[in-house]
Write a protein that binds this ligand. Sequence first.
Ligand code: FAS
Ligand code: PHB
Length: 393
Amino acid sequence: MKTQIVIIGSGPSGLLLGQLLTKSGIDNIILERSTPEHVLGRIRAGVLEEGFVQMMREAGVSERMDREGLPHGGFQIAFNGEIRRVDLHKFSNGKQVVVYGQTEVTKDLMDARLETKAQSIYEVENVEIHDVKKDTPYVTYEKDGAQHRIDCDYVAGCDGFHGVSRPTIPDSIRKEYEKIYPVGWLGVLSDTPPISEELIYGTSERGFLLCSMRSHTRSRYYVDVSLDEKVEDWSDERFWDELKSRLPEEVVGDLVTGPSIEKSIAPLRSFVTEPMQYGRLFLVGDAAHIVPPTGAKGLNLASSDVNYLYRIMLKVYKDNRPDAIDQYSELCLRRIWKAERFSWWMTSMLHHLSDNDFEKKIQASELDYFTSTEAGLRVISENYVGLPYEEVE
Ligand code: FAS
Ligand code: PHB
């Protein structure tokens, strides 16, 4: 087989890139190791930056998101028994975020790909990437016991944190930066009305909490737990009691509990690999970087990488600019590191990560300052709605 771009991974990164390339007449094939049902079954992000929303519109897959997505012009932070509002609209010059689950984004992109008849091959095994330092890279894989080869111009590694793309860059060239946090997020999805119209992040004596949602009838809640906790030890009742013990008095009475339809514990990690490009291989999304979900950046960083790679590929194929690929890694990393900082900072502000009394006082003072001054609220807001994408040269 031959194509212009092989995309490894059919998560949001791979599907969004595939849809944009296909719309622009750039041929691509997606290889995915699991089934469409498994990809859709993963419950993950819930908040889309404006940049992501624009990319979905440009990809022509925003109709349901525009209809069902919930625009949010602010969110709340609960601490010290009070709740303060971060007015995103006011402090980010009128920007907002849209609450629309990653599952829905993935479904819309999968449906669009089926319509374009662009090729996606699921349940592949042993994907290997070859000759990316030459002009003629190729990818091999197994399917139903048979070995296959796809010759291409470029390879987009959209295969997440545990994929094959990142290890394809030699250890001698790759530099990895990592911070592991001593807590994870225990998350519950329930068909209950959200406790509030807006997201509530919070920190209490007992730890972190987040009240989010997927719609007016489906809620998503999180509390942080130590890394030795097991999800099977958390009955619904135990989870709701823990969340209630962390919520401020003024809202706890508004919590509607119900049976969980999904429950999981996700570890918190900050991770970046540099460079994100090796010859004709490009790392995209979680294949290159991970953030703790406190800043709602994971999925959104995938979209900014896709934006840069897509615009570079337009330069390569439409403007005959093969040199345009050289800017990819630096363009992505400038925005990634700012999002890594914001995600680390929101995590440090809202979780008990230190037993040091001085550090606890600094944390409380930081929360107080950044939620009570225009300067502080502007910093939080412009990062939360997403920093602008740079132009591709
Ligand atoms: P993904 O991991 O989504 O997709 C990679 C795809 O590649 C997968 O389908 C995988 O099966 C496939 N693949 C892997 N290896 C392969 C191989 N060798 N061959 C072929 N295919 C291969 N972000 C937020 O913003 N907010 C959140 O609350 C949030 N919660 C999260 C909870 C969890 C448990 C996890 C793991 C992540 C969470 N994230 C969150 C981040 C998440 O949303 C990611 O940023 C997003 O899925 C990134 O999308 P992709 O880069 O497409 O990677
Ligand atoms: C979610 O709705 O799953 C969600 C929202 C905001 C975050 C993280 C997760 O920061």
